[in-house]
Ligand binder design. Sequence first.
Ligand SMILES: [Zn+2]
Length: 524
Amino acid sequence: MRTVANVLLMLLVQSVAMGQQRHIDAKAYLFSVTIPDTGQIIHGRTSALLSVSGYDTVKLNLLNMQVDSVWRGNGGDAFILVPFHYDGRVLSVATEGKSVVELIIQYHGTPEDGLIIGPNLRGRRVAFGDNWPERARYWIPTIDHPSDKAQVTFAVTAPRSWRVVANGKFRLSDRWEESHPIPTYTMVIGAGEFTVSKHRPVINGRDTIPIEVWTYPEDSAFADSVPFRRATEIVEVMQRLIGPFPYEKLAHVQSSTKFGGMENSSAIFYAEKPYVERRMGEGVVRHETAHQWFGDAVTERDWPHIWLSEGFATYFDGVIGAALDGDSVLVNAMRSNAEVYFKSDVTDRPIVDSGYTADPIKLLNANSYPKGAWVLHMLRGLMGDSAFFRGLRTYYSTYRDSTATSEDLQRVMEKAAKADFGWFFHQWLYQPGYPQLDVSWRYDAGARRVLLGIAQRQKSEWGLFRLPALTLEFRGPAGAVVRRDVAVTGREADLRVDLPFAPAEVRVDPDGKLLLRVTAIVRR
Ligand SMILES: [Zn+2]
């Protein structure tokens, strides 16, 4: 509780500084959870510290639990039993005019989701939190939205032979403390019989960040030697490109998450099956590790901006791969990202998509992942490596432990490039689709130039795209190759390119730098 007391003091100072804006903000949670030896009934005791202004009731999300009692802090160490209202979905407690509200909630019940208790693929009983997107509320009372990040401590009572992992640093016999605010969708515990192997730690000045691999005993040797062989190097690449690792440790945990991987802050959970089948590779480790910076430390403020999490993690999977194994890793990754996106059923929707806020799981689609990665790749092409990474480092340091929107990213990148990217962010994030180009050309031997017509043939609902630097490659006889960048704006562009030879072939975007499809190249 010392942490909570410290936060309380900090809060009092802050709320004086902040004045009287209307808000409710969870600052810290302490979740005590007892997992039974048999059956599914958990007992929980949550201490929640909230900053409140302009509201007379605090509402917490908690689904289908039995709430036994609620206590409210009354100054110092005193707590009083208070009345509450609970309808099986939302727990409401009066603030009594307090600007700092500390609640203790005692509850029990069988989580219908969110905390999965049962046998793992190796036949042993385990328990794993699996909160994304809004499933924390099935087992812990929170303000369950990515906009409200908070510090979290887990105190777990589990069967005797089990080990427990959670976010943050291991403090006492049963306690894990995460001192950085994290989104509720990453507040998790993992409990069961694990083999824990310690990889080389990351050293940041005076801080040592342990890198651990938690696996079911049968899968430990495989995990250490295949998917997690370079777990430390992956963190080091991200630190070099973006900034310091945001948390106190990093545990990679085999689990019963329903996702392939789940980027829980400092305790990443991976699906158990690919370990058991020995087909797990490093890509998922690079993706989930990149999320620690993007998604966890810098969190999308609301679901429509989820590409700030998934697009970044998808892109940095390739970027880290390129740093470790050469540029072709990224080239191949972007090619397959384009194919996945072209074939998907979301090309008629924009990346920033407000249509799915009630059902965020539908946002786990080819817009958020591969097209999101392409937005970053094209922005990098537009800005150049140096300004691009400088911008991302500023974005990370500015919004670390906080939340951001696509507009926040745009502002930071515009500043880094000293340019206006309104058109770029608009066409790639708010317009659906991608450019489909018909190219026709002929060589004017007298004038020694190529005359080109480039037409945007995508459906009109997708809108037009501005391509300020479309690379054309002219291949002549005897191996001559000339490249020119041209600007394409509008539906039809007529272009002339001076060229000393008659080309035998014209290639469009030969290095695959843009998300586009060439539907025809015709010689007139
Ligand atoms: Zn992801």
